[in-house]
Ligand binder design. Sequence first.
Ligand SMILES: *Cc1c(COP(=O)(O)O)cnc(C)c1O
Length: 420
Amino acid sequence: MTVTQSTSTQLTRETLAAMDATDALASFRDKFYLPEGVLYFDGNSLGALPKTVEDRLQKAITQEWGDGLVRSWNTAGWYEMPRRVGNKIAKLIGAKDDEVVVADSTSVNLFKILSAAVKLNPGKHIILSEPDNFPTDLYMVQGLIQLLGSDHKLVLKPAAEIMDAIDEDTAIVMLTHVNYRTGAMHDMKAITAKAHQKGALMIWDLCHSVGAMPVDLTGANADFAIGCGYKYLNGGPGAPAFVYVAARHQAHFSQPLAGWLGHARPFAFDWKYQPAEGIGRYLAGTQPVLSMIALECGVDLMLEADLSLMRQKSLAMGDLFIQLVEEQCSGYGLELVTPRNGAIRGSQVSFSHPQGFPIMQALIAHGVIGDYREPNILRFGFTPLYVSYVDIWDTIQILATILREHTWEKPEFQRRGNVT
Ligand SMILES: *Cc1c(COP(=O)(O)O)cnc(C)c1O
């Protein structure tokens, strides 16, 4: 890597402890359950457990499910939950009331949206994305094209060429706002404007943005978006995802998973499908209530935090991480793959290293949980609500030791589990 020896005054653990002491978000850390001896940098894969979840789920199990039984669909607010939690998430992404609904998984929601968008833009055949997009996003396009049997084509261009590649044949531009591997961030407003100028519809995947930074879908004049509940929203493993549809499109489209809960009157039990007004038509079947309750706890916590403060802290942590790696881990082959410029960076920092996998395993064995992404990327996510500056200092000391002592060469760090 290009090592620029920092000319700034050398940081110490004490300096960083002083930063933690004045951090306006520091009090949030105690609202999460964090295991003793773990430094957690993987909230961008599975967010930590909010302490409110346990009691809330206990109540849902014993009172709502146990005592309330089927009555709880009405009396405990289960039925409204997809829209209610959707309206809460809307506040985090610059959407309006009734533009967001919680349902299903990100992958399934993307399928619904793609299907709707393709129909809304007939006569154009290109679905434009980037090869480095999250694979499920690209697979969903391929699956849809196969199902349609149409002449739609998935065209992939590197991030830097996307703007120029949008032309009159583009039906849909589908991008992930913050890249899961590199952490590079697209200019949502500029790309959406270009798509509209050429008559294309824009789909944004917010999996690595929602809950990590302010997002302004209304300001960007976005058409559609989807995002994940279990990453920065701390909704728990497999938490349901969400879908956003701009109000102006809601009356004009249909999606193929026409389930009964997306019907205008589900409890009329009519044989003929008639979509609900508005965002409700994105619902298909019954949603996982317990998972949605956990998600609501995560979202409620996020709504207490100031998103612009979170963004400031997340960028400061990223800058600090890069600086400390360059000061204390130089000469061991780590290469920064994340943009140095915070304006185009999400809430993570990634380094490549030929031995990326065993190095991450060694880190995890020493209590630092980040993750590894093919082909050679060490990924560290910064969740401003529960990661401290001192955590970063301590992590760098462990990383430097592992690199210096070649700890990663041990055979146990070469073995791969089902989930990396
Ligand atoms: C995490 C992630 C997904 C996950 O999709 P699931 O359907 O929840 O498995 C999709 N897209 C992106 C960009 C992601 O980061």
